[in-house]
Design a protein around this ligand. Structure first.
Ligand SMILES: *[C@@H]1O[C@H](CO)[C@@H](O)[C@H](O)[C@H]1NC(C)=O
Ligand SMILES: *[C@@H]1O[C@H](CO)[C@@H](O)[C@H](O)[C@H]1NC(C)=O
Ligand SMILES: *[C@@H]1O[C@H](CO)[C@@H](O)[C@H](O)[C@H]1NC(C)=O
Ligand SMILES: *[C@@H]1O[C@H](CO)[C@@H](O)[C@H](O)[C@H]1NC(C)=O
Ligand SMILES: *[C@@H]1O[C@H](CO)[C@@H](O)[C@H](O)[C@H]1NC(C)=O
Ligand SMILES: *[C@@H]1O[C@H](CO)[C@@H](O)[C@H](O)[C@H]1NC(C)=O
Length: 399
């Protein structure tokens, strides 16, 4: 099961990237609502706000909202610190991904590598497995992801894997298609729980369980959505810098450094975020559900990473903790706090401040609900095309 120590024959070179160009879109899941959302950094400075039609970068603001829907009833935030009386059963799966943990056998994979110096023996310095929450019926988004960022298996010295996380569907037609998709791609995890948005915490917990049971502790777990795009060339470089800095300052070897990484927010870090108390708002959370004035610092669900070492503990807690509809607040905020990991265990990773618009390293699209941005697959594709030259100028392997 261990990956390190296994050798990957590649033509090596090093170097990642410069930051790039782009545009921001933002997707609210669920039905469309014209509310405004604001992301803040650690200092509570608003970074951007968005509504259904536009996203604006900001320096100051007063509004704060965040994602929510409803699930189990919650008395108050202290309820999260207590354990439920009956531990939730382990998740079970219909489909599990293949080839995630095994070391590369380059010959088996028909890899195409470019820009590496010839004949060098190469061992990936770290591996990130990206769990992509995807509605079972989102065949077209998964297809585009596989042909864009999802085809990159190695970038510089980093190994990347992706796993689409699906729930159970009743329609046999859809399930038949999913099985075919599995045969061809082997990159899906389908658990036997519900696929709907309201039950996202159960879905994410099932993914955490699979990762906790199957990935080595020095792997990095990442969570993202199928309508979110990260500029991997830029983002991996920034993560690599953090890892190197920690390794030096904490005087740990690489394995120990990877195991002890904090949670990294690549999208935004919510800090002092107030639950939405406006009843008309889709993201409404009653005081009964969550009584405390603010959420603990958390990573926006667009893209965040957790060391598998920490994830194993978070997963155990997830089974004995009441859920909050917003799975990102639940995992990176509440479960983290419950684990006793203070706020120094959550860091935002962004290009150096102030971040100009053209250096923001992600794009988040409106889903199927917005009138203007119906064609998410096309937007994902077009936007990735704009970023592709950056990653393609680096040493990489695709499958
Ligand atoms: C937050 O404020 C402190 C003190 O002013 C500053 O050193 C730090 O860089 C700020 N952090 C961010 C993310 O802006
Ligand atoms: C969205 O925000 C932009 C910029 O702040 C504003 O001009 C526009 O009217 C807003 N649209 C809606 C539908 O609220
Ligand atoms: C809750 O359960 C976890 C793991 O099952 C355990 O480590 C922890 O001590 C429990 N916490 C409380 C408050 O009972
Ligand atoms: C997924 O594909 C693999 C490889 O073909 C196969 O072994 C496995 O049974 C498939 N799973 C399902 C549920 O069809
Ligand atoms: C890293 O350090 C740990 C703890 O000191 C040690 O157990 C482990 O063998 C080291 N790993 C490597 C690859 O040197
Ligand atoms: C998680 O819980 C299982 C079963 O109770 C236990 O064996 C395992 O050691 C726990 N893992 C962590 C990291 O707490």
């Amino acid at each position: 099961m261990r990956f390190t120590g296994k050798i990957l024959k590649l033509l090596v070179g090093i170097g990642l990237v410069n930051y790039t160009i782009f545009v921001i879109f933002w997707q609210l899941k669920g039905t469309m609502n014209l509310n405004t959302r604001v992301a803040r950094n650690q200092n509570n400075t608003a970074l951007w706000k968005s509504n259904t039609s536009s996203t604006t970068l900001l320096t100051t603001t007063t509004t704060t909202t965040t994602l929510s829907t409803t699930t189990e009833s919650v008395k108050d935030s202290k309820s999260y610190m207590n354990n439920v009386t009956t531990k939730r059963p382990e998740a079970t799966y219909i489909i599990e991904p293949r080839d995630i943990v095994e070391p590369y056998q380059m010959s088996d994979y028909n890899f195409k590598c470019q820009n590496y110096k010839r004949e060098k023996v190469f061992e990936p310095s770290w591996t990130m497995v990206i769990f992509v929450k995807s509605k079972a019926s989102n065949f077209d988004r998964r297809k585009v992801i596989r042909s864009t960022w999802g085809k990159y298996k190695v970038v510089g010295s980093v190994r990347l894997e992706k796993v689409f996380v699906l729930g159970k569907v009743e329609e046999t037609e859809i399930q038949t298609k999913i099985k075919l998709e599995n045969e061809t791609n082997g990159d899906m995890l389908q658990y036997t729980g519900p696929d709907d948005y309201r039950n996202m915490p159960l879905k994410i917990s099932s993914a955490m369980q699979w990762a906790a049971h199957n990935l080595p502790p020095e792997f990095i777990y990442a969570s993202t959505d199928d309508d979110f795009l990260l500029n991997f060339a830029s983002a991996l470089k920034l993560i690599q810098q953090r890892i190197e800095t920690r390794q030096q300052t904490k005087k740990l070897n690489l394995t120990e450094t990877l195991k002890s990484l904090p949670i990294y927010c690549l999208y935004y870090k919510g800090d002092k975020t107030k639950p939405e108390r406006n009843k008309g708002n889709k993201y409404y959370i009653s005081e009964k559900e969550y009584s405390t004035e603010t959420y603990p610092p958390y990573c926006g669900g667009g893209f965040y990473t957790i060391s598998v070492e920490m994830l194993r503990e978070l997963h155990n807690l997830s089974r004995v903790t009441i859920t909050l509809p917003m799975d990102d607040v639940w995992v990176t905020g509440l479960l983290r706090q419950k684990l006793g990991r203070g706020d120094d265990n959550i860091e935002i990773i962004q290009p150096p401040k102030p971040v100009p618009k053209n250096k923001i390293i992600w794009k988040h699209f409106w889903g199927d609900y917005g009138k203007k941005q119906k064609n998410i697959p096309k937007m994902l594709y077009d936007s990735w095309r704009a970023w592709e030259p950056e990653i393609a100028s680096k040493p990489f392997c695709i499958r």
